[in-house]
Design a protein around this ligand. Structure first.
Ligand code: ARG
Length: 456
């Protein structure tokens, strides 16, 4: 039996430089799955015999098992996952192995492997985002009546329900899921048959391949099919937006768990002690998720830059697509996973929330609206209430602790019913769709639960 022959003239330094096996070995399952479908198709079309296909498929399956058992010897001189597997197939079944690469090129092979991998990455990402949505909705439901200050510019603005705040993240994550799903449509396109770039001169059945691999579509231009990586870029963009959302939530957890805020306590299982300051518990996990956002954005920009200005069709530059992509998938999945546990175990310090809401002059807008209802133009009401708040602050009083005589000092429009303005009345008044009124938030919780349930 002749030995497997690949790449002759390259020197060792060049071989090492070009090799991608240390990272593309991760595609072994996809590579084998694609090759099995290809061999089946070749036999079906009479391009190779049924016997040959069976031999090849048996060999490929055995190789997959060797890799799973950690017994496979990956060789740098064989460059990438495709050649490593083909060479091993040669060792196992002899020259027939050489027939597998009929009507195929590594260019359409890698395009397929990456599409199969991306599909899996998308499915796993969606599943994890859903878990996080569920954790948030469960928290919202458990604390349905808790009121917190709502902020703009990180200044206390108006009272809102904590549940309303948490559900804002449900919405963000729902859009993230939709983006991943959208990206899936363009990922599930079967590229085999494109060959190196021009298509193959064999009667291949591309639709059969698509069916075998569970892809609803086949690519329509061979040059495009072997040379674009936009589906990976789309995944990375969707991942960047998801981790941006996570990072915002992470930042809130950092702020909320600080001694100054004290709104939440992050469970000991998810916050670390300081090595020298015994009183501290650090929200390290939230911080690290916030920190990891940078590398995910970085990988997105790196691949966009790698792809820019590449002439058609395949160029070796594109081998650079993988490491950043794999790291993006790993980073996103691990951040989502750890967040689910952290959110589930967070304790809400309801008393502290209430105190903070009461002390923050959150009803100032409601008092202005009160004056508007009594006939004062809004602008004047706004100015008047800002003076009123300033006065209350100097007295060290909350608005509801001011006497009617003090209110009258600012306007005769005030009467007894000013006492009806409370945190609860402020919240209840905002009963438009998407507002913070308890009835509305309750509906939103039900809606969120339905969305999670319907899609699982
Ligand atoms: N390792 C290569 C990559 O990831 C596979 C395709 C190689 N094709 C080639 N013509 N050298 O891009």
């Amino acid at each position: 039996m002749k030995p497997f022959h690949f790449q002759s003239g390259l020197g060792i330094p060049a071989l090492q430089f070009l090799a991608s096996i240390h990272f593309d070995r991760r595609l072994y399952q996809e590579d084998i799955e694609g090759s099995i479908a290809h061999a089946k198709m070749l036999a079906r079309q009479g391009i190779i015999s049924q016997n040959e296909a069976e031999l090849i498929i048996g060999g490929l399956k055995a190789i997959g098992e060797e890799i799973e058992r950690g017994e496979f010897l990956f060789k740098t001189e064989l460059e990438d996952i495709h050649i490593n597997i083909e060479s091993r197939l040669w060792e196992k079944i002899g020259e027939i192995a050489g027939k597998l690469h009929t009507a195929r090129s590594r260019n359409d092979q890698i395009a397929l492997d990456l599409r199969l991998f991306t599909r899996k990455a998308i499915q796993e990402s969606i599943a994890k985002v859903k878990e996080l949505q569920l954790a948030l909705v469960e928290k919202a439901e458990a604390y349905q009546t808790a009121i917190i200050p709502g902020y703009t510019h990180l200044q206390p603005a108006q009272p809102i329900l904590l549940a309303h705040h948490l559900l804002a993240y449900f919405e963000m994550l729902q859009r993230d899921i939709e983006r991943f799903k959208d990206c899936l449509k363009r990922t599930e396109v079967m590229p085999l048959g494109s060959g190196a770039l021009a298509g193959v001169p064999y009667p291949v059945d591309r639709c059969f391949l698509a069916q075998e691999l569970g892809f609803p579509q086949i690519s329509q231009n061979s040059l495009d099919a072997v040379s674009d990586r936009d589906f990976i870029i789309e995944y990375q963009l969707a991942a960047s937006l998801t981790i941006m959302h996570l990072s915002r939530l992470a930042e809130e957890l950092v702020i909320w768990s600080s001694a100054e805020f004290g709104f939440i306590t992050i469970d000991e299982a998810y916050s670390s002690g300081s090595s020298i300051m015994p009183q501290k518990r650090n929200p390290d996990i939230a911080e690290l998720v916030r920190g990891k956002t940078g590398r995910v954005y970085g990988h997105l920009l790196a691949l966009l830059t790698t792809m820019k200005s590449l002439p058609l069709a395949y160029n070796r530059d594109m081998q650079e697509d993988k490491e950043g992509f794999f790291d993006t998938v790993d980073t996103l999945l691990s951040c989502l996973g750890i967040f689910v546990g952290m959110i589930r175990t967070i304790r809400i310090n309801v008393e502290r929330l209430r105190q903070s809401a009461e002390q923050s002059y959150l009803m100032a807008t409601d008092v202005a609206d009160y004056l508007v209802h009594k006939g004062m133009p809004f602008r004047q009401a706004h100015n008047l209430v800002s003076e009123l708040v300033e006065y209350a602050q100097t007295q060290g009083k909350r608005l509801e602790q001011l006497g009617l005589d003090e209110y009258w000092h600012f306007s005769p429009l005030f009467s007894e019913d000013i006492a009806e303005i409370t945190l609860e009345s402020s919240i209840a008044a905002r009963d438009i769709v998407g507002g913070t009124a308890p009835e509305e938030v309750k509906k939103q919780i039900e809606r969120a639960k339905r969305i999670i349930k319907d899609s699982s």
